[in-house]
Design a protein around this ligand. Sequence first.
Ligand code: F6P
Length: 363
Amino acid sequence: MKKIGIVNGGGDTQAMNAVIASIVRTGVNRDYKFLGFIKGWEGLLDNEYIPLEVKDVRGISHIGGTILQTTNKGRFAAKEGDGQTRKIPQDLINLAKKNAAMLGVEAFIVIGGDGTLSGAQQLVDQGIKLIGVPKTIDNDLSIVDKTFGFSTAVDIVVEALDRIHTTALSHNRVFFVETMGRYAGWIALHAGLAGAANAILIPELQFDYKNLVNFLSWRKRIGKNYSIVVVAEGSRAVNEDFVTNPEFTAAENRLGGISYEIMKRIERMSPGEFEMRNVILGHTQRGGTPNAEDRILAKVYGTSAIDALDAERFGHMVALVDGEMRTVPITDVVSSLKLVTDEDLSLQTARKLGIYFGEEFNS
Ligand code: F6P
């Protein structure tokens, strides 16, 4: 019976419990035994873990968060600044290897996004056997069609937009609704399209303040006294930097606050023209019950991780590519982020519908 360590890392997402449960349920039938490490790699470094049997994962798939808890940017953080790779100190890798050997853990299943998987690759390079499982609400992992958590996060933003629409309309206000997503605009784009935003600002398409003001003024002139602008947290104006919280010392920049910056800047440029409010949806997008799509996706990924383990596809990640389950080298996945491009059907659809993306506007 092989002993397998389950490690989840990075920010939590909906359906993490569903993926853990499906790994355990499938794995025990194929003669694997599982240890779940608490708070990601921190649990391996500190020898904090729990045995995971079917009885431990019963009835958890519909619950948000993760029963293993998680750490974002812990000692194994492999990204810093604007996403540059950081080398994990050798003594930590040695400690992880020593503890794994002591516990008799032969291989790991690592559930994570870009940061966690970048760290995992450094362990693979040093002989640790592991299989990756993609997870992030940001949907920014290259190669994979979709990661679980994304669909629920979009649902949450859409619900918020539906609610903001009615209050914006009642007060004739301009609302800037800020979403998560780091350097990718997927959540903002999908939620903005589904939630009938008037404008969407995403990191991939830098905006110009003068054009944005022209657009909002034009809406007023044509009798649309309210506007909803969805703003991805990684959006930025041309030639300007990301808005981060510099007072925090997180290894990687902590994005957030661009919606407030935009509001302040517009007020300075055009005093009193618009009554504005900003709403930062923040971690509501990551919390709570996963929707059906994310539960199914997590179950597909969890069971496929056991197939990959049987096939000894170490150093690979299970990936849904064009609707088919494959395994792809983790190095290929973490070498770049999946960003919104002009070819994306949602972006093209939004443009055809007249949603504004911060480009030139002179009407
Ligand atoms: O990567 C997922 C994500 O939720 C991002 O969208 C967001 O920028 C970040 O994590 C926030 O992380 P933290 O857990 O450090 O607040």
